[in-house]
Design a protein around this ligand. Structure first.
Ligand SMILES: *Cc1c(COP(=O)(O)O)cnc(C)c1O
Length: 407
């Protein structure tokens, strides 16, 4: 069979999977649309602001809409939040005080948080540990689930913040379901009145119809909730007293979320959120197709093509460095931007191993657009994510497979 025929065969096996994804998209689009209607979004909300940005209606209404969509009391959504890591760091720094304990319930957090916490990086960089925060980590079980009993055994009155990462990140494990996360949140709250639970929601938004009911959710706007249109930014959504604490850290104590202007239009943030359920569904379809095609070729994949998805990532285990690199380069070569450049592994700030990355994206580095990245370390697992359109993902897989079979 030629590659077109193999893709056509994979697509017929995926019909049932695709209809489930369509149903999730419909429910999430309704949720987002209702929030826009309730807040009576109009052109005035897109207008830029300058200076302090007091009473910036575009900024404040965007926060209210995110809160409605995520089912929280409050949210801050800002272009000034530079990345997902920044949103997560602000959350930790806003809540934790000297002497408090941070408990990571889903094992080692995402690579870039290591330096935020103080697990790696230069001393004297202002990490949480430098400010007297103690760190505890609870490994996932062998099946990649949160070990609730063990988390509870590590939970005492000194624990102020429990961190859970929903997505797999750069790890060979399934993403956590909202149900599983909610069970941990409930168990933590039943045992401790002091502990606050935050979820690193990066890559998880809109993959299912429910978001985890955490005290705080944080994520990046150049991933799912920006819908491919937000040019930058991050969000923190949650209980309003806690979001206020994070806002005090974001600007300054006493001022919080009341300042912050944006001299460009807020339109891409609104339109991006409106598009986000659709774009996330397209990305998940690209991942499911890749999963099926690479599994058919004998590669280990995670998740399986027909598994229910809680993040947009498709992990493929290449076993050999040159196969991984060829795959990443093929994804770059079939990108709309910078298709002619050849990705090389490099030491990215915040990451421990050299990382190779394909991101031929309109918004620089945006991983809701079709992109692939991998720390170059055995067993050479590549992480594919994004895809603004399914057709793009399909063309990319065709070229990737052709390239790899020619190696
Ligand atoms: C991307 C990501 C982050 C960090 O976001 P950046 O925008 O790259 O700083 C944190 N956690 C997870 C799970 C992520 O996927």
């Amino acid at each position: 069979m030629n590659i077109e025929q193999r893709i056509a065969q994979a697509e017929s096996a995926l019909q049932g999977v695709f209809s489930k994804i369509d149903a999730i998209e419909l429910a999430n689009t309704e949720k987002v649309l209702n929030a826009f209607r309730e807040e009576q979004v109009s052109y005035r909300h897109f207008a830029p602001s300058t200076g302090y940005g007091y009473d910036d209606i575009g900024r404040d209404t965007l926060g209210k809409i995110f809160a409605k969509v995520f089912g929280t009391e409050s949210a801050i959504v800002r272009p000034q939040i530079a990345s997902g890591t920044h949103a997560l760091a602000l959350t930790m720094q806003g809540i934790l005080r000297p002497g408090d304990v941070l408990l990571c319930a889903s094992g080692r957090p995402y690579d870039t948080l290591e330096e935020v916490i103080g697990l790696s990086g230069e001393s004297g960089n202002g990490s949480l540990m430098e400010y007297g925060v103690e760190y505890r980590e609870c490994e996932l079980t062998e099946n990649g689930e949160i070990d609730i009993e063990k988390v509870l055994s590590m939970l005492d009155e000194r624990v102020r913040l429990v961190h859970i990462q929903r997505s797999r990140g750069y790890a060979w494990r399934p993403a956590l379901t909202a149900d599983e996360i909610n069970r941990v949140i409930d168990a933590v709250h039943a045992k401790s009145s002091r502990a606050v639970v935050m979820v690193d929601n990066c890559y998880g938004e809109f993959c299912q119809t429910e978001e985890p009911h955490a005290d705080l959710l944080a994520g990046s706007l150049i991933k799912n909730p920006g819908g491919g249109l937000a040019p930058t930014g991050g969000y923190i959504a949650g209980r309003s007293d806690l979001v206020d604490l994070v806002a005090y850290r974001m600007t300054s104590p006493g001022i919080g979320a009341e300042v912050g202007s944006y001299a460009a239009s807020y339109q891409p943030f609104y339109q991006g959120l409106f598009m986000a359920p659709h774009v996330t569904a397209q990305a998940i379809k690209c991942s499911a197709l890749a999963s099926k095609l690479f599994a058919d070729m004998g590669y280990a994949v995670e998740p399986a093509f027909d598994a229910s998805r809680n993040d947009i990532i498709q992990a493929i285990r290449f076993e050999e460095a040159d196969k991984l690199i060829a795959f990443v380069r093929a994804v770059q070569a079939v990108s709309p931007v910078d298709s002619y450049v050849t990705p090389e592994a490099w030491s990215m700030p915040g990451y421990q191993d050299p990382v190779i990355m394909a991101a031929g994206t309109f918004v620089a580095g945006a991983s809701i657009e079709l992109s692939a990245d991998a720390p170059v370390r055995a067993p050479y697992i590549g992480y594919l994510q994004g895809g603004l359109t399914y057709a793009h993902g399909k063309l990319a897989m065709k070229l990737a497979i052709e390239t790899m079979e020619a190696l």
